[in-house]
Design a protein around this ligand. Structure first.
Ligand code: GDP
Ligand code: MG
Length: 267
C-alpha cells in the first residue's frame, strides 16, 4: 500500500488511543487530518489500536493513503496503556494525545503549539477553565464524580482543576521519560503522567477549550469509577511521601485568552 508523502519530519506527533473505535474513528481522523493541514508545522498522527476486535486497525491502514497516520498496536487493555505505547513511539520535539471522538475542539491546537514553542513543557485542555465552553448534556453524576476526583488528586497533579480532559501536549523528551515511568493502565493514568512531569520540574499550563459532548463515550461511571479509585490508591502508594509538586509553582496560569468564538464560560 502506498503511503502519503510525509514531507519534513513531524514537529508534533498526536497519539489517538482507540479501543473498538471503528464507528467514531473515520470522522475523528478526518477532523484531525483537516486540522493538521492548517498548522504552521508538520504534524503526524499515531493511532494506537488498543486490543480492538472491530475494524479499527483496518480503518487506520486504509487511512495511510489519505493522511500522515501511523498505526501502533497495544495488547494491554486500558486508555493509559494505549497512550503510553503511543507516546513511547513518538520522536518529535512535541507530542500529545487526543480522544478518538475529538470532543475537544481542535482549534485549540494553535494555542498549544504557541505555548510549547514558548517553552511551556506541559499544556493541557481544561474544561473547568473559566473561559472554556463546555457542552455537556446533563450527566450530573459524572460531573460530580469529576469534581470529587480532581479534588482528591490536587497534590499529585499540580492543583489542576480538570486532570481528565483528553487533550494534553508536552515537550517530547519530557513526556517520553514520563511515559516510560507510567504504570497506570486505566483512565486514572493522566494523574500519574502529570505527576511524573511535575516531578521532573515541569509546570503545567491549562488552557480553555471548546468541548462538545460526543455520543459513544467509553467511560462508564458505574464500570470504571472503582478501578479509577484503586488506581489512585496505587499511584499514591508508589509515589511515597515525597510531595509531587515541583519546587516552583506546579501550575502555570495562562493569561485570559478565549477558547474560541463562543465564550460562554463554565468553570
Ligand atoms: N474505555 C476504553 N477506552 C479506551 C481504551 N483504550 C483506549 N481507549 C480510548 O480512550 C478514549 C476515551 O475517550 P471516550 O471514549 O470519548 O471517553 P470520555 O472520556 O467519556 O469522553 C477513546 O479514544 C478510546 O477509544 C480501553 O481499554 N477502554
Ligand atoms: Mg469522549
Amino acid at each position: 500500500m502506498r503511503n502519503v508523502d510525509r514531507g519534513p519530519a513531524a514537529a508534533l506527533e498526536i497519539v489517538v488511543p482507540a479501543h473498538n473505535e471503528a464507528e467514531r474513528l473515520p470522522a475523528g481522523l478526518a477532523e484531525l487530518c483537516g486540522r493538521l493541514r492548517g498548522l504552521p508545522v508538520p504534524a503526524e498522527i499515531i493511532v494506537v489500536d488498543n486490543a480492538s476486535t472491530d475494524g479499527t486497525a483496518d480503518i487506520v491502514r486504509a487511512w495511510r493513503d489519505l493522511g500522515p497516520v501511523r498505526l501502533v498496536r497495544c495488547e494491554t487493555l486500558g486508555k493509559g496503556a494505549a497512550v503510553r505505547a503511543g507516546l513511547l513511539a513518538t520522536r518529535a520535539p512535541y507530542a500529545g494525545f487526543v480522544d478518538a471522538d475529538m470532543a475537544t475542539d481542535l482549534t485549540a491546537l494553535d494555542r498549544v503549539l504557541a505555548l510549547l514553542a514558548e517553552g511551556r513543557p506541559v499544556v493541557v485542555g481544561s474544561r473547568r477553565h473559566a473561559l472554556s465552553d463546555v457542552e455537556d448534556h446533563g450527566r450530573p453524576l459524572r460531573r460530580l464524580g469529576a469534581v470529587a476526583f480532581n479534588r482528591m488528586v490536587r497534590d499529585l497533579a499540580g492543583d489542576l482543576p480538570d486532570t481528565q480532559c483528553g487533550f494534553k501536549f508536552f515537550a517530547g523528551p519530557l513526556v517520553r521519560a514520563a511515559a516510560a515511568d507510567l504504570r497506570t493502565t486505566g483512565f486514572a493514568f493522566d494523574v500519574e503522567l502529570l505527576m511524573h512531569c511535575i516531578r521532573r520540574g515541569a509546570a503545567v499550563t491549562d488552557i480553555p477549550v471548546v468541548w462538545h459532548d460526543r455520543p459513544g463515550s467509553t467511560f462508564s461511571v458505574g464500570r470504571h469509577s472503582a478501578a479509577c479509585l484503586m488506581d489512585l490508591a496505587r499511584i499514591r502508594l508508589r509515589a511515597g511521601r515525597r510531595p509531587a509538586t515541583a519546587p516552583a509553582a506546579a501550575r502555570s496560569l495562562e493569561p485570559a485568552v478565549a477558547a474560541g468564538p463562543s465564550q460562554a464560560g463554565r468553570g
